[in-house]
Design a protein around this ligand. Structure first.
Ligand code: IVH
Length: 709
């Protein structure tokens, strides 16, 4: 697949004379060139501001000289007066549809029919892709089947005079005013006017890029207007507007794929050459196309596109094969409403409707509670889907999904299936609204939803089976209980084999049990038991961090340990008492209170203590002698003689000081080591006291608050 379209015309020199007519002509050509670069080639040529300036200049000239205004002027893309209805248009040549194929066999039969219809040699063997020898194989143009709306664009003398929808194939609706607002569609064809065909009907698809669709939907939601289910519906809805000014605001695009009436120019010999010709005339033509031979070539193209489908920036629902030589197309002709020379090879549908039989909740590894729709089985995106995520409670309300509803389900690529929208007309009288449970379906713990958060969570962090692996890994990590050797693989087995349920169970593990695990030798089992053993002696802040309370990171755990000094003090604290802790706000306080209100969690904490996990307790900070360094701000700079920067910081913080990154008037001390740089200069300039490591250690010795870490 290659990009077939390149080389925009170079900028024409600005006219020498200053006649408004000449200037307007030049501006129009410039703006068209930039439009083409931007919307057709996807390669912007000027900054927006420059484009806007040219645009305004042209608007001003046209306002001052209305006689100079042309319907093809780029200024006319903003949309004209609203219509009361669309006129009906009879197509000069009917707009046909395509026969569909789904299986490889359909493709083999299509190829066989084409080859036989063209009088090629008899098939070598039935049911294989190599029916014909290379020389006899039919040549095909392969392209994408865009998921949008078919459109016929009529150019006369190179000017867009009419745009019509397919309608019933014989007559469609005149949507010229709307289509004029689509910037990818040229209002004038490119090239030498004398060489342009007298009449050219280009057929193709109006569609919307996914990124544009997302932006449009976000904008619609923001304005509390209706959002669209998918890019196709958005494109259709935008084209059917009677007010072209609305269409002008919708980011529609276009790809050309076929020819209608042609007068005053010779038809190219092949479909692929025709698309190249269209591209040269300034029409957007998709670069994802290829010329192949025989059924195997078709199937290869189908597979290659199938693999990239999810990554394409627009929706497609299949690929289209067309016999490449137009003379051969003519010989093959049509059956009823579809050509014999073309086939749409469809991909499995990515959207289907089905019924929501129930809405249940699932608990994730981090305790996140996700509502999941249980669906009547439906084949979508190539697999049978029975569940679709509803993400969170707000999403269920926003999409208004009830149990019993018929919904549109989407599964694109490997993405988890999701409910796109409810088909409200099909809501049964006994449909039931979803009620968020208050208890975790896995462990029965309370479900919390902290203020300002969208996700509800199970509070049984230490005992919930759904969260076990995560909780154990968190508990064992270096910065928590520091149990070396208790990694992913071991935790996985310990939990899956039902050996460990809570962190307290770790302290019951013996070498024999561990050595029986996969990929665990006696030596590593012995080491792990030793590491577990060693972890019994810890610090209160490590222990608090290890519990995995939501929003309690290392820093908060330290604050809590320093503030309460003893675990019992922390466990007895209510939200009000927690709010007194340095840097603990309402969300954190609520999260800690919820965790400790869960009897199962308390039980595990007790089991851990009973298993011998211990630390040095200290006096609560409030009642301890006030730390002399509390409220003092330090800045560290340069290399200290004995302490690493992190160690120095930790010691200062443990003594209640704050360690800042830059020097200001509020800095109390700058601790300077070797090769101190600009911070030292600044301290001197501001008159902030500068001390060395020894002086800092002396201050710390005075502080004597007991290092928690
Ligand atoms: S060719 C004579 N090529 O598919 C053949 N159609 O059922 C006329 N479509 O409504 C159609 N991508 O809108 C052709 N590359 C493509 C297409 C394509 C999408 C749509 C078209 C039409 C339907 C045909």
């Amino acid at each position: 697949m290659s990009l077939k379209q390149d080389g925009a015309a170079a900028q024409a020199p600005a006219p020498a004379g200053d006649s408004p007519a000449a200037r307007a002509d030049w501006l129009r050509a410039e703006l068209e060139r930039h439009n083409y670069q931007y919307y057709v080639l996807d390669a912007p040529s000027v900054p927006d501001a420059e484009y806007d300036a040219l645009f305004r200049e042209l608007q001003d000239i046209e306002a001052a000289h209305p006689d100079l205004l042309t319907p093809e002027s780029p200024t006319q893309r903003v949309g004209g007066q609203p219509l009361s209805a669309f006129d009906t248009v009879r197509h000069a040549m009917p707009m046909l549809s395509l026969n569909n194929g789904f299986e490889d066999d359909d493709v083999l039969s299509f190829d066989r029919r084409c080859a036989q219809g063209l009088g090629r040699a008899a098939p070598a063997a039935e049911g294989t892709a190599d029916l014909f020898s290379a020389a006899e194989a039919v040549e095909y143009a392969c392209e994408l089947k865009f998921d949008g709306l078919a459109m016929s664009l009529r150019y006369e003398g190179g000017r867009l005079v009419q745009a019509a929808t397919r309608g019933d194939g014989e007559t469609g609706e005149d949507v010229t005013a709307n289509v004029r607002t689509i910037k990818a569609i040229p209002l004038r064809l490119r090239g030498d006017a004398a060489a342009l065909p007298a009449v050219l009907e280009v057929r193709g698809e109006v569609f919307m890029y996914r990124r544009d669709f997302d932006k449009l939907n976000a904008r619609q939601a923001e304005a509390e207007e209706k959002t669209f289910v998918n890019p196709r519906n958005a494109a259709a809805g935008s084209l059917r507007q009677l007010d072209p000014r609305i269409t002008a605001k919708r980011p529609l695009s276009f790809f050309a794929y076929g020819l209608g009436e042609l007068q005053g120019a010779a038809r190219p010999g092949t479909h692929s050459a025709m698309l190249d010709w269209f591209a040269g005339l300034g029409m957007p033509v998709c670069a994802e196309r290829e010329v192949v031979r025989g059924a195997q070539g078709l199937l290869d193209f189908y597979r290659a596109v199938g693999e990239r489908r999810a990554a394409l920036p627009y929706d497609i629902d299949g690929v289209v094969y067309k016999v490449n030589a137009l003379a051969e197309q003519e010989r093959l002709g049509f059956v009823s409403r579809a050509p014999r020379f073309a086939l749409a090879h469809k991909f499995p549908a990515q959207e289907m409707t089905t019924v929501v039989e129930d809405i249940e909740v699932q608990v994730g590894r981090t305790g996140a509670i996700t509502p999941v729709a249980r669906l009547a089985p439906v084949f979508v995106g190539g697999v049978t889907v029975t569940n679709a995520t509803l993400h969170n409670e707000d999403e269920v309300r926003r999409k208004d999904v009830h149990i019993g509803d018929t919904v549109i389900v989407r599964r694109a690529g490997d993405v988890i299936p999701e409910v796109v929208a409810v088909v409200l007309e099909r809501r049964p009288a006994d449909a039931r609204a979803f009620v968020m449970p208050t208890a975790c379906p896995v462990c029965g713990s309370h479900i919390e939803k902290l203020e300002g958060e969208v996700i509800a969570r199970c509070t049984g962090g230490l005992i919930c089976a759904a969260q076990r692996k995560q909780a154990l890994l968190h508990f064992a990590q270096r910065r928590a209980m520091d149990i070396e050797g208790l990694g992913d693989k071991v935790v996985e087995q310990l939990v899956d084999q039902g050996i460990v349920h809570t962190p307290a169970d770790l302290y019951k593990l013996g070498v024999a049990k561990l050595a029986a695990l996969e990929r665990m030798a006696d030596k590593s089992a012995t080491n792990l038991v030793a590491a577990i053993e060693a972890s019994r002696a810890t610090t209160l802040n490590r222990f608090v961090f290890a519990l995995g309370i939501r929003h309690v990171g290392e820093a908060t755990a330290k604050d809590l340990a320093r503030h309460f000094g003893k675990l019992d003090g922390l466990m007895a604290a209510d939200e009000a008492a927690l709010l007194e802790v340095n840097d603990v706000g309402p969300v954190v306080a609520q999260s800690i209170a919820n965790f400790l209100a869960e009897p199962h969690n308390v039980e595990v904490i007790e089991q851990l203590r009973a298993a011998g996990v211990h630390w040095q307790e200290s006096e609560p900070a409030a009642r301890a002698a006030p730390a002399p360094l509390a409220g003092k701000t330090f800045v560290l700079t340069g290399t200290l003689p004995t302490l690493a920067r992190e160690d120095a910081k930790e010691r200062l913080e443990a003594a209640g000081a704050k360690v800042a990154g830059s020097v200001s008037k509020k800095t109390d001390y700058v601790v300077a080591g070797a090769e101190a740089g600009s911070k030292l200069d600044k301290a001197e300039a501001l008159g902030v006291p500068v001390i060395d490591e020894a002086a800092m250690l002396a201050l710390l010795a005075e502080a004597q608050t007991g290092d928690q870490s």
